[in-house]
Design a binder for this molecule. Sequence first.
Ligand code: SF4
Ligand code: SF4
Length: 428
Amino acid sequence: MSEFFHSVTLDRDKCQGCINCVKRCPTEAIRVRDGKAKIIKERCIDCGECIRICPHHAKLPIFDPLSIMEDYKYTIALPAPALYGQFNNLDDVDILLTALLKLGFDEVYEIAKAAELVSDSTRKLMSQGALAKPVISSACPAVVRLIRVRFPELIHNVLPLHAPIELAARISKQAAVKKTGLQPEEIGTIFISPCPAKVTAVKMPLGTEKSAVDGVVAIRDVYPKLLGLMKEVNIPNEMSSAGRMGIGWGSSGGEATALLNERYLAADGIENVIKVLEDLEDEKFTDLDFVELNSCSGGCVGGVLTVENPYVAKARLKRIRKYLPVSCNRIDDVIPREAKWDARLEYLPVLQLDSNVDAALSKMNEMNEIIARLHGIDCGSCGAPSCKALAEDIVRGFATEDACIFNIKAQLHNLEDKISGLKKGELE
Ligand code: SF4
Ligand code: SF4
């Protein structure tokens, strides 16, 4: 496998080179070259912002087709809480879970259930004083990747527990092996996802060598099928086993409130996330215990693989949760092994100019000189998001100052002046 897997890709034929995505990318991972966008794979965190912004639908998410179920003898659906918010008037979650069985899954394990186990584990670790404060949630894979490339000083604050999706896959697969007598590879754990970042989290996991999730399908692919199947459910099976806390994880603030600790901050939307991370790096928050950050606006309900407006979905989740118990799942005194990270989160210095400090300083000086020669308009016509980014590309050897249209214009003016000077000389 290549060193980088990305769940966001480009349809070159559709790309018009308009630079909308270049300006929007939070890690400056896109350039337009020869009229087409190009993703710098080392920098991309799979946040999905470019999918959202592209007016020509040229940026596409990658996920598995539902037919992936056919690759396994026994399949377990892992529905994200955000799925519950997609349906109008869903008063009973069991109708949806029963429809998943009708779709062909042998079993359903709610991510909301695993979320309650993660919340309980986090509460215990925090009460033991075992974590650096403020603890930053590790649930949104795009945020964890952003911290890894852009905020290395905050790595030690990231909660070293798997996201509920990973825990759900591990627990449900182990139980299914015991129940069916099948081999683990014959059992498929299929996550029904709101966003492409989760696809990357499965194919290139952080915090572990290998994910227990076998496939990731999009909510938007499953949704129309479930709509029909839910109408066929007369008496739903009693399946739901998550409370208010677990389902609350589907929208922004749900994870933080499940900690029963008021010293928290919850931010959503990639720009707000970056602002909070910058403030954390500058130690502006001195009295916080926990920080929940979601790359998508509204939290997971705002993922690009969903079908419903995130704020409508959020309101629906609130309604579903109203009559549920607070929580239905707790851990014993010991944090389950399956919940803990088994690999460290390492800094990925893709934004560094050079690994050697002296070389990095000299490149920085060179970059500043180039910036002074550029025009500071950040127009994006060169295909880079800003003049600073173009200067960086030049220092790294990926572009030249001729990429700047103002430089070309100045060169043309000089040429014009020379030609008219020569003509004048000839006449005299
Ligand atoms: S937004 Fe990006 S991918 Fe979409 S057309 Fe413009 S340059 Fe191409
Ligand atoms: S997915 Fe996010 S990080 Fe990756 S190229 Fe698109 S906007 Fe940039």
